[in-house]
Design a protein around this ligand. Structure first.
Ligand code: NAP
Ligand code: MG
Length: 481
């Protein structure tokens, strides 16, 4: 069994840790390797190195830093199949999705490599006619990157690439479930010749490694994607010590199916949005808010189409939906399904764990539909993060918008309609950072800002041009000759 190590100061290190954690394949429980269960001391060593290196890294031009990112992109591209396969084995998404995500990582790296050559400030007319006033941007320093298991390539890269291009150095703490994928990514940075200490990887428990990283006084900024509970804790610690923080958290994303929706497209978008990646996307569709007049027609087509979903190991080409990412994840989803039944929602389809061979060794669950869901019910309010949807009916569009907004989250919202006024009204009314019309709730483009409203986010945005806001500080410069 491969024992993976931390990566600090340009080399793979045994470090201070005494224990390791096994990484499991959720489709068959096979042990894929083990990772360091690192200590506070490991974090301190990594942060010291990152701090020291940042002094020289920030002196390079953006173009020079960009050259490294282009090299990393090429190396990841050349190892695409291997990295995607590791991802599928670690967290279960299908190989096709894993390849798509790895390709996305390559594109993100190239996008930010180019950012090294683009403008970072403005010239602002001074009221003093003899003065030149402008803004420039400087890196924050050491960035702590803490990431979840559901997009183990794209999310780390959309944080690490902008952090590095703008002159920061990084200590990266990946989700324990997908630490081997993280390990392989970091190998690509190493092989690209990235200077020692610019990117450091430490694995281990969130409450030890993650927490100590957030608490460390030399970590100038923490960028986090994950659950709300952990996010809030990170925000409190960072706020107290004056560090910058960025949080992307949960969602409870609605799709509204209007009376004039193209039903075929709406069914397709609902299935893809709700069940791809086994529903474990922060932008996954979890509430279907549907006009009473077309509900029966929609539901009949939905249930029919769901019959085509093939469940199994994501490594097999014919498989459309893999397992839940872990036993914990499966237990959490099953408990929400039970709560849904207890609270009086009608289970229309699915709702079971698959226990027969070949599913018995893994954490497979049926795609699940609840009908007659009321907005106050737990399954209509809390993020389930699994292949479960709640059907809620409405009479007027106004009511649909109100239902759609009636949650603490605000990540993504979608509508299927042919009516332009309904579309405009939807754009105006939705409390969500991503607005999608005649498209599923999930779907992100790397060149556009990504993030949520309400409790889905700390209200900053990631990706595209927006990333510069978090990873730099503005200096306003006034020069008088
Ligand atoms: P999680 O439990 O919050 O973990 C996320 C990361 O935080 C992991 O690396 C975890 O380490 C670490 N962590 C755990 N406790 C910590 C602590 N006390 N201090 C610092 N770090 C700590 O989330 P998850 O279960 O991996 O991912 C699922 C969640 O992510 C869902 O809620 C989903 O909506 C959200 N998500 C949001 C977005 C978005 O962009 N909005 C995208 C994807 C996912 P360990 O793995 O070692 O526990
Ligand atoms: Mg977790």
């Amino acid at each position: 069994m491969t024992a993976y190590l931390n990566y600090i100061n340009g080399s793979w290190q045994s470090g201070q840790f005494k224990k390791t954690t096994d990484v499991l394949n959720p489709s068959n429980n096979e042990v894929l390797g083990n990772i360091p269960y690192s200590t506070k001391e490991d974090v301190e060593i990594a942060v010291d190195v990152a701090k020291e290196t940042q002094r020289t890294w920030r002196k390079l031009s953006g173009a020079e830093r960009g050259q490294y990112l282009y090299k990393v992109a090429a190396i990841i591209e050349s190892r695409l199949n291997e990295i995607a396969e590791t991802m599928t084995k670690e967290m279960g998404k299908t190989l096709g999705e894993a390849k798509g995500e790895t390709n996305r990582g390559v594109d993100i790296l190239r996008y930010y490599a180019g950012e090294g050559m683009r403008s970072v400030g403005d010239v602002i007319p001074s009221t003093d006619r003899d003065a030149l006033m402008f803004t420039t941007r400087v890196p924050l320093g050491v960035i702590g990157v803490i990431t979840p298991w559901n997009f183990p390539v794209a999310i780390p890269i959309w944080k690490i690439a902008p952090a590095l291009i703008y002159g920061n150095t990084v200590v990266f703490k990946p989700a324990s479930e997908t630490a081997i994928t993280a390990n392989k990514l970091v190998e690509c940075f190493h092989d690209a010749g990235l200077p020692k200490g610019v990117l450091n990887l430490i694995t281990g428990s969130g409450s030890i490694v993650g927490n100590n990283l957030v608490e460390h006084e030399d970590v100038a900024g923490v960028t986090f994607t994950g659950s709300n509970t952990v996010g809030k804790n990170i925000a409190n610690i960072a706020l107290n010590r004056g560090a910058k923080y960025q949080l992307e958290m949960g969602g409870k994303n609605p799709v509204i199916i209007a009376h004039d929706a193209d039903i075929e497209k709406a069914v397709e978008g609902t299935i893809s949005g709700a069940f791809r990646s086994t529903g474990q996307k922060c932008t996954a569709t979890s509430r279907v808010i549907i006009h009473k007049s077309i509900k029966d027609k929609f539901v009949a087509k939905l249930l029919n189409k769901m019959e085509e979903i093939k469940i199994g190991s994501g490594l097999e080409e014919s498989i459309w939906m893999g397992p839940c990412a872990s036993e914990n994840q499966l237990n959490s989803i099953m408990s929400y399904i039970n709560i849904g039944k207890e609270e009086g929602a009608k289970l229309l389809k699915g709702g079971n764990r698959l226990t027969e061979s070949p599913y018995d060794q893994g954490y497979f669950i049926e795609p699940t539909v609840f009908d007659e869901v009321k907005t106050h019910m737990t399954i209509a309010q809390e993020e389930i993060f699994g292949p479960v949807i709640a059907l809620i009916t409405y009479d007027s569009l106004e009511e649909a918008f109100q239902l759609a907004n009636d949650v603490k989250f605000g990540l993504s919202a979608s509508i299927y309609t042919e009516n332009i006024s309904a579309m405009l009204s939807f754009i105006d009314n939705m409390e969500a950072g991503l607005i999608r019309i005649n498209a599923e709730t999930a779907g992100v483009e790397l060149q556009a800002p990504f993030g949520g409203m309400k409790q889905s986010s700390s209200h900053s945005r990631e990706q595209g041009k927006a990333a510069i806001e978090f990873f730099t500080s503005i200096k306003t410069v006034f020069v008088k000759g």
